[in-house]
Design a protein around this ligand. Sequence first.
Ligand SMILES: NC(=O)c1ccc[n+]([C@@H]2O[C@H](COP(=O)([O-])OP(=O)(O)OC[C@H]3O[C@@H](n4cnc5c(N)ncnc54)[C@H](OP(=O)(O)O)[C@@H]3O)[C@@H](O)[C@H]2O)c1
Length: 322
Amino acid sequence: MVNVPSIELNDGNKMPQVGFGLWKVENDKAADIVYNAIKTGYRLFDGACDYGNEVEAGQGVARAIKEGIVKREELFIVSKLWNTFHEPEQVEPIVKKQLADWGIDYFDLYVIHFPVAIKYVAPEVRYPPGWFVDGDSKVEYSKASLQSTWHAFEDIQKKGLAKSIGVSNYSGALLLDLFAYANTKPATLQIEHHPYLVQPKILELAKSENVAVTGYSSFGPQSFIDGDMSLAETVPLLFDHPVIKKVADAHSKTTAQVLLRWATQRGLAVIPKSSSQGRLEQNLDVTSFDLTEEEIAEISGLDKNLRFNAPLNWGIPIPLFS
Ligand SMILES: NC(=O)c1ccc[n+]([C@@H]2O[C@H](COP(=O)([O-])OP(=O)(O)OC[C@H]3O[C@@H](n4cnc5c(N)ncnc54)[C@H](OP(=O)(O)O)[C@@H]3O)[C@@H](O)[C@H]2O)c1
């Protein structure tokens, strides 16, 4: 089985450097995929309320534990707070619901999914709630500040509902503000990261504050073509890019493995998603070979500061990254 290194977080917990992302994993396949991923050697699962598959992912985990393939404490289960639950009094109830969905009693890491508070929608009304208060097109913001949500995160950590707490999709400015009010610093930052969005400055800031960074959408446009985003069709697929292909040939690896190794050698954790057993296996084996400094620099040189995962790109009128 592949030996995956761990990253030591600033709270002393250890996070596997390679995990499995659950976005767009179909409900009817999620339990089997998670179970097979555990058998393959994955220990970190990156879930979220918004992915709508936490119940099924939890069933895969339960089966693997029941069969003695893994113990709960060997897994690192990540979930995220959706935007409609930012009011401090909503945080604990929704974490408890998400834990119940997974069938576990703590998350290893719980993350603020996006730095935007939108109006509460009760789980009985619609779950996952999505971006729109009416489930259609109407955006309504909530008055919850990110500071108040973070303090609620500190409380759930104290109560043992999440061993580590972190943030996602934060800018440098939001991180600096968070460092000013946090009693407990975020253990991790999760951001979009691929050769078209290299983000060197926020990585430097995170490193200087000892915040571990997880890169998502490591394959760049691929994941967004799946989501029918026209922006993703404006650039060459990274899998077909001559620079990535040249490096892959030089190491007898796949282009996907090169993209993941480029990120892990830059110190990030990665959480690729795949519905195929073969691809899932190769995506785990991305720390056993090394790219040269020149190859890393050449890949970083493909930067276009091109962000796919912004609400506006999905037709959601929230200028989060503007
Ligand atoms: N915090 C956030 O806001 C946020 C946003 C986006 C994503 N994420 C997290 O990050 C995870 C990963 O990002 P992502 O889902 O955008 O996608 P990704 O992992 O960058 O890409 C997934 C796509 O690549 C394909 N693929 C996977 N492995 C491959 C390989 N070895 N060779 C060729 N194609 C391969 C998959 O197809 P097949 O399934 O057919 O293999 C799928 O089309 C998500 O699942 C989620 O957990 C977080």
